[in-house]
Write a protein that binds this ligand. Structure first.
Ligand code: G6P
Length: 612
């Protein structure tokens, strides 16, 4: 939610900041702005409402140059999207400017106090109080002023300050919002996330809560809450050079859908270096802390959005293979309940970004109550990965499309490996069964490729049904979460209302919706509930519903009943969620494409929800 970027260099930083903002635009796109110390040593501010392109046009018409600057792309929380509410925000004197990601909860009290002290506010945002607080606290040292301002702030923030009195300096701080330092050969960066840094540098340092970082003289120095110096290791990120590029694809989402077979293959190879996947111990390459699973009695999986759907699938796998009870909860619900958590339980936050505010808070609460923790994250070094005892990285590479695709299937892969690992350790399945399950995973990329090869057929179905106002998605058993995910994908990017439902519950409500205007997408691949799902198709047809079925290639029974088929490769029932979600990702993509939607940046959404 909101992207922030900063740079200090001997060269002009403005093109870099704009490039960084382009990479961060998926975090928010209501308005954008840049502030830098220009050639004359003055603070120059350019802001525009709407997409980043509006800012780029403005800066093309009125170029600005400077060696130190900050930029922001906004997802509005306090104050409507408008130029006056766009970041950066300046203090009263106009010498300093700040960009902020997060929510300042006590902004109204501070605003009143600062106004009484003579500050003049221009925007309706919570963020502007930071600029005034830093300005009020300034006595010559910008880092000290920022630390003093932090004492007054309640809520979450990643904040960067630029000040024309210090033309070669940036200071920044964080509390519950992500902030990464990038160390380039001749310049230093600050960013909300790693993908925005990749084209400039692979060397990064993560800032922790309550820390202040000072970028000056080619050096990034980190200070703790009492001003004490902190040493921080530099981490090298080995994501590929074009990993965050769209390349020849029209949208990141399509690129990320198509990448899935390759990424899952590479992922398995990583986990079984120099040996066949069948012979590998599921999590042998994941460096988990000793004793993490000893005496374990239950698991609680916590997540939001698409990641929650991955948790729902994993419940089937872990309970069946490891015979351990699994609870799956929405982080936003979990964090405010009277929890029953203890040290025999492991809490598993599942998160692409590793920064989602609710999941992070839920993890912290569970840990406070004594639970063990194992994060399933994509972003290396993210807050959740750092705050959990163990991490399973999903190795999907940067995911830029707001609607999650490859992050989801790689989460499923990690969770499947976790189920097999627990089964192996607990002896609930034999080594031979584990080896067969691993071999099936090794075969998965082939099934994904075969399914993606039918994309043209899916596009035709999508175009045929794209005028519908509502969709119902039904699935059962291990594919019930995939029905939820199919509906979520469609809503997110096409803005068509869609509901996902467990097929067995259809008669308890959704059946009332069915008429000849309502396409019903049914996941009808073979498995223990196959016959039951076929009955649901019959029941939908009997009420005039138009059925789109996800079915295995060559399944004549389903083909005879459905109005349209989305064919998938013939994978086992257990692994079918990983394959069945692909045609639903494509269905949503092609419908949204046909309707001319902004697929990579759907309205009102943000990739990374770092506020509550
Ligand atoms: C947002 C994104 C979703 C994502 C969810 C959870 O809603 O738009 O794509 O599934 O957050 O994000 P996380 O990073 O925790 O997986």
């Amino acid at each position: 939610m909101c992207g922030i970027f900063g740079c200090v260099s001997h060269e002009d930083v403005v093109p870099r900041i704009l490039q960084g903002l382009k990479r961060l635009e998926y975090r928010g796109y209501d308005s954008a702005g840049v502030a830098c110390v220009d050639d004359r040593g003055a603070l120059s501010l350019t802001r525009r409402v709407g997409k980043l392109d509006n800012l780029l046009d403005a800066m093309r018409d009125h170029p600005v140059h400077g060696h130190t600057g900050i930029g922001h792309t906004r997802w509005a929380t306090h104050g409507a999207p408008s130029e006056i509410n766009a970041h950066p925000h300046t203090g009263t004197s106009g010498t300093l400017a700040v960009v902020h990601n997060g929510i300042i909860e006590n902004h109204d009290v501070l605003r009143e106090e600062l106004t009484a002290a003579g500050c003049s506010f221009r925007s309706e945002t919570d963020s502007e109080v930071i600029a005034h607080l830093v300005e009020q606290s300034y006595t010559g040292d910008l880092a000290v002023a920022l630390r003093a301002a932090m004492q007054r702030l309640q809520g979450s923030y990643a904040v960067v300050v630029v000040d024309s009195r210090h033309p070669d300096l940036l200071v920044a701080a964080r509390q519950d919002s992500p902030l990464v330092v990038g160390l380039g050969p001749n310049e230093l960066y600050l960013s909300s996330d790693i993908p925005a840094l990749l084209e400039f540098t692979r060397d990064v340092m993560f800032i922790e809560d309550q820390e202040v970082v000072v970028l000056e003289g080619g050096e990034a120095r980190i200070f703790g809450p009492a001003g004490e110096t902190k040493n921080r290791a530099v981490q090298h990120i080995d994501w590929g050079g074009d990993a965050a590029e769209k390349l020849e694809h029209e949208h990141f989402m399509l690129k990320e859908i198509e990448e899935q077979p390759r990424i899952i293959r590479a992922n398995l190879a990583l986990r079984a270096p120099g040996q066949s996947v069948a012979g590998a111990t599921p999590l042998q390459a994941d460096h988990l802390p000793e004793g993490l699973f000893d005496g374990l009695e239950s698991l609680t999986l916590i997540a939001c959005g698409t990641s929650w759907h991955a948790g729902l699938v994993a419940k089937f796998w872990i309970e069946s293979w490891a015979r351990l009870p699994v609870d799956v909860d929405l982080s936003s619900e979990f964090r405010y309940r009277d929890l029953l958590v203890d040290d025999k339980q492991i809490v598993v936050p599942i998160s692409q970004s590793g920064e989602t505010a609710d999941t992070l808070a839920a993890l912290r609460e569970a840990r406070r109550l004594g639970a063990r923790s194992l994060a399933v994250c994509n972003v290396v070094g993210s807050t959740m990965s750092r705050e959990s005892e163990g991490v399973l990285y999903t190795h999907a590479g940067p995911e830029i499309g707001v609607a999650s695709t490859k992050a989801f299937t790689t989460q499923l892969l990690s969770l499947r490996l976790l189920a097999l690992e627990l089964a192996a350790r607990r002896g609930t399945r034999s080594p031979a069964e584990i080896a067969i399950a691993m071999e099936q995973l090794a075969d998965l990329p082939r099934h994904l490729e075969a399914t993606l090869a039918r994309a043209e057929e899916i596009r035709e179905v999508a175009e045929r049904f794209s005028s519908a106002q509502d969709f119902l998605f039904l699935g059962r058993g291990v594919n019930y979460p995939i029905a939820l995910e199919g509906a979520l994908k469609l809503k997110e990017i096409s803005y068509i209302h869609a509901e996902g439902y467990p097929a067995g519950e259809m008669k308890h409500g959704p059946i009332a919706l069915i008429d000849d205007q309502l396409p019903v997408v049914v996941i009808a691949t073979p498995g223990r509930v196959y016959e039951k799902v076929l009955s649901n198709i019959e029941e939908s047809r009997a009420r005039g519903g138009r059925v789109i079925a996800v079915a295995q290639e060559g399944d004549q029974r389903v083909a005879a009943l459905a109005d349209a088929v989305l064919p998938v490769s013939d994978v086992s029932e257990e692994l079918s969620p990983i394959v069945n979600v692909l045609p639903l990702q494509l269905l949503a993509y092609y419908i949204a494409h046909h309707l001319g939607r902004d697929i990579d940046k759907p309205r009102n959404l943000a990739k990374s929800v770092t506020v509550e």
